[in-house]
Ligand binder design. Structure first.
Ligand code: 13P
Ligand code: ZN
Ligand code: NA
Length: 283
C-alpha cells in the first residue's frame, strides 16, 4: 500500500538526504520512476499535477501507484502537486493519494494560513500529508505562472510562524529556484535555506528541480532540503526519446516499441536525480 509522505520525509530530514519526487504524466513515466526506485532501493514520491489528474483521472493514477507499492514493497507515496483548489484535493484523497500540496502561495500570509488549515483538517483525518508553499516559486507549472519579478523568497520567520499556525509537516519555502529550465543558472539563496532549516524542524521541499546544477542540488540538500521535485527534465527526456524513434523511422506505429526508450530515458534521469538527493539505498 501507498504510505503517507510524512514519515518518509522526516527520516530524510533527520538523515540529511532528500527524497526524489517525480511528476509523471503517463503510465510509462510512472513505471519508469518506480523502476528507478527498485533498481536503487530508494524511497519514492510519485507526483501528479492537477493537469495530469484531469488528463488521466485520479483513480487511474492512484491505482497504478498502489500496484507499484504492492509489487515492490518499497516506501512509495503518491502526491498531488501544486493544487490550488479544495475540491481536487478531496477528490485525490478519495482516490487514494497519500500526500497533497495546497498551493495558496499567491495569496497573502493570512489567506494562505486559512486555506492550508482547511486542507489540514481533512487530510489529517485521512492520514494524508500536506505540503504548503510560502513565498512564490518562479516559472511555469501547469496553469500556475509566476513572472521572475513576482517570484518572492520566503522569509524564515514567516516560515516558523506559518508552521506554528497551520501545523503543516512539510513546507516548500521559495528560496530562488524556478519551475522549468533556467536561462543560465538558478540564483539559489543558500543562506536562506540554512536559516529556515535552522529555525523550523519540518522537512523542506526544493521545487524547480529541473536544471539545477548537480553541486547546487547537493548543497541545498546538505543544508536541509528533504524533498526535491523534478518535472520538466523528465518530460523532455521522455519526449526526446520518442522524437528520436520517429526521426529514425517515421513509420513506427507501435507504442510498445517507441515507449521503451522513452521509459528508459526517464528511469536513467530519475536515478541521476536520486543520486544527487542522496536517497539511494534508503528504502
Ligand atoms: P521543474 O519543472 O523545474 O523540475 O520543477 C518541478 C516542480 O517544482 C514541481 O512541483
Ligand atoms: Zn513546484
Ligand atoms: Na527548474
Amino acid at each position: 500500500t501507498l504510505i503517507s509522505s510524512t514519515e518518509m520525509l522526516q527520516i530524510a530530514r533527520k538523515n540529511k538526504y532528500a527524497v526524489g519526487a517525480f511528476n509523471v504524466h503517463t503510465l510509462e513515466m510512472l513505471q519508469a520512476v518506480v523502476e528507478a526506485a527498485v533498481e536503487t532501493q530508494s524511497p519514492l514520491i510519485i507526483q501528479s499535477t492537477v493537469g495530469t489528474v484531469k488528463h488521466l483521472g485520479p483513480d487511474y493514477i492512484a491505482e497504478a501507484a498502489k500496484v507499484a507499492a504492492d509489487r515492490t514493497g518499497l516506501p512509495i507515496a503518491l502526491h498531488l502537486d501544486h493544487c490550488t483548489d479544495f475540491s481536487t484535493i478531496v477528490q485525490c484523497i478519495r482516490a487514494g493519494y497519500t500526500s497533497v500540496m495546497i498551493d495558496a502561495s499567491m495569496f497573502a500570509f493570512e489567506e494562505n494560513v486559512e486555506r492550508t488549515l482547511k486542507v489540514m483538517e481533512i487530510a489529517l483525518a485521512a492520514g494524508v500529508n500536506v505540503e504548503a508553499e510560502l513565498g512564490k516559486v518562479g516559472g511555469v507549472e501547469d496553469d500556475i505562472v509566476v513572472a521572475e519579478h513576482e517570484a518572492l523568497l520566503a522569509d524564515p520567520e514567516d516560515c516558523r510562524l506559518f508552521i506554528e499556525r497551520t501545523g503543516v509537516l512539510t513546507l516548500a519555502p521559495a528560496i530562488g529556484t524556478a519551475h522549468g529550465i533556467y536561462k543560465g543558472e538558478p540564483n539559489i539563496d543558500f543562506d536562506r535555506i540554512a536559516k529556515i532549516a535552522e529555525i523550523v524542524d519540518v522537512p523542506l521541499v526544493l521545487h524547480g528541480g529541473s536544471g539545477i546544477p548537480a553541486e547546487q542540488v547537493k548543497k541545498a540538500v546538505a543544508l536541509g532540503m528533504s524533498k526535491m521535485n523534478v518535472a520538466t527534465e523528465l518530460r523532455i527526456a521522455f519526449s526526446n526519446a520518442i522524437k528520436d524513434v520517429f526521426a529514425a523511422n517515421v513509420e513506427e506505429n507501435d507504442p510498445r516499441k517507441y515507449m521503451v526508450p522513452a521509459k528508459e530515458a526517464v528511469k536513467r534521469l530519475a536515478i541521476e536525480k536520486m543520486e544527487l538527493c542522496g536517497c539511494i539505498g534508503k528504502a
